[in-house]
Design a protein. Structure first.
Length: 189
């Protein structure tokens, strides 16, 4: 029996994620979230080269995790709680990315951020949960939801709208060339 691609992707991620240090886990989690948000946007946008350029071109407007999360939320593809969780996870990642020494999920500013993540694990484990366990549950539950979201969003994929003829302009009709008298009567020099 073949696994659903979302399950296979999550399993592959978890094999690497669970073996990581706190720093590695934070970086891997955000790289995976970045990839998944890109897939959600790609599944929603019109199929075009512009979509590819917006999402994947070097220095593209939607190439960063923050921009992708904001765009997904603005388009209604992420709810407010998911957006807030991604923002907190980004802040955790940034603590690791901008400090080379002594940062763990249980130290300094990172512990407060980790503990601010919603508890999504079993209730009986919450009181004894470490910052790493809270971080892990938040990442895994969020990824489980978002991996499926890319598939669900395809049902709402955007298409180029064909506007009613009365709203079309001359530029919408590629074979039309205005006569010189039309240009003059329109007041165009």
């Amino acid at each position: 029996m073949q696994l659903e691609p979302e399950i296979a992707s999550l399993g592959h991620f978890l094999n690497a994620f669970n073996a990581e240090s706190d720093r590695g886990a934070a970086l891997a989690a955000m790289a995976m979230l970045d990839e998944v948000l890109g897939k959600i946007l790609e599944a929603f946008f019109v199929e075009s080269q512009q979509t590819q350029d917006l999402l994947f071109k070097h220095h593209a407007p939607l190439a960063s995790l923050a921009a992708r999360a904001d765009a997904c939320h603005a388009l209604g593809l992420l709810n407010s709680n998911e957006h807030a969780e991604i923002s907190t996870l980004r802040r955790i990642r940034n603590q690791f990315a901008h400090s080379w020494n002594g940062v763990t999920l249980a130290s300094g500013n990172v512990v407060a951020l980790s503990l601010s993540l919603p508890w999504l694990g079993p209730t009986e484990l919450e009181t004894t949960s470490s910052p790493r366990r809270r971080f892990n549950f938040a990442v895994v539950i969020l990824l489980m939801d978002l991996l499926w979201r890319a598939r669900l969003v395809k049902a709402h994929k955007r298409a180029v709208t064909q506007w009613p003829k009365q709203f079309q302009t001359y530029r919408d009709v590629p074979t039309y060339v205005p006569a010189p008298t039309e240009i003059q009567s329109a007041g165009i020099p």
